[in-house]
Design a protein around this ligand. Structure first.
Ligand code: COA
Length: 176
C-alpha cells in the first residue's frame, strides 16, 4: 500500500537541490599538484569531457615535466574528491593553459572560473606577461569563460584538432 510521503522528504530534496545549484566559492575547493595516484580519476574526467581525450601517459608526462609543467587537481573540500584539473606551462616570460576540465556534476558552479583566476594570479607572480591557450571554436562554454576572464582571440591554427577535425582559436591575455 502506498503511503503519503512526508513533507520533510520534499524539504530535504529541495534543500539538496539548492545546495547543488549554489555557486562554489573559492573556499569550497583547493588545488594541489597532480600525483600518479590521481591519474585514474583524472583520466575518468578527461574521457567524459573531450571527444579526443588525452591518455594517461600524457598526464604522467606532465607530472614529471618539471619545471616546465604545472599540473594541478581541484579537490572539493567537503566531498573530498577530485572534481577537475588544470595544467599550465610557464616558460621564458610566457605561459600556456594546456588543459582544464571539470567533472560534469560540478559544472556551472563557478569552479573553472575561480580556478582560472587563481592560476592567472600564480602565473602573474612568475613574471609572465602573456598567457595563451587553444580552444575549439565550437566550444562555446569554454570560449564564454575565457572571454569573461579577459582573453581575446589572437589567431587561428588551421585543422589543429582531430575527431572531429576543427581549427583552433588561439586566445591570449596580457597580464601587465
Ligand atoms: C569549460 C569548463 C571547464 C567550464 O567549467 P565550469 O566550472 O562549468 O565553468 P564555470 O561554472 O566557472 O563558468 C564560467 C563561465 O563559463 C561559461 N560557461 C560555462 N559552462 C557553460 C555552458 N554550458 N554554456 C554556456 N556558457 C558556459 C559561462 O560564461 C560561465 O559564466 P556564468 O556562470 O557567469 O554564466 C567545463 O565546461 C568543462 O570541463 N568542459 C569540458 C572540457 C573543456 O572544454 N575544457 C576547455 C578546453 S579549452
Amino acid at each position: 500500500m502506498l503511503r503519503n510521503s512526508s513533507p520533510c522528504i520534499f524539504e530535504n530534496l529541495r534543500r539538496r537541490k539548492a545546495i547543488k545549484k549554489a555557486r562554489i566559492l573559492p573556499d569550497f575547493f583547493s588545488l594541489r599538484r597532480m600525483e600518479e595516484e590521481d591519474l585514474p580519476r583524472v583520466v575518468e574526467i578527461e574521457t567524459i569531457s573531450y571527444p579526443n581525450p588525452w591518455r594517461e601517459m600524457t598526464f604522467r608526462g606532465e607530472i614529471y615535466n618539471k619545471p616546465l609543467s604545472f599540473p594541478f587537481v581541484i579537490i572539493h573540500k567537503f566531498h573530498r574528491i577530485i572534481i577537475g584539473y588544470v595544467i599550465f606551462w610557464c616558460m621564458q616570460g610566457r605561459a600556456q593553459i594546456n588543459n582544464i576540465a571539470i567533472h560534469p556534476e560540478y559544472r556551472r558552479m563557478g569552479v573553472a572560473q575561480a580556478v582560472m583566476r587563481q592560476v592567472l594570479d600564480q602565473i602573474k607572480k612568475t613574471g609572465a606577461g602573456l598567457v595563451t591557450l587553444e580552444v575549439r571554436p565550437s566550444n562555446s562554454a569554454a570560449r564564454s569563460m575565457y572571454n569573461k576572464l579577459g582573453f581575446e582571440v589572437l589567431g587561428i591554427k588551421e585543422d589543429y584538432y582531430n575527431d572531429p577535425k576543427e581549427d583552433a582559436l588561439v586566445m591570449g591575455k596580457y597580464l601587465n
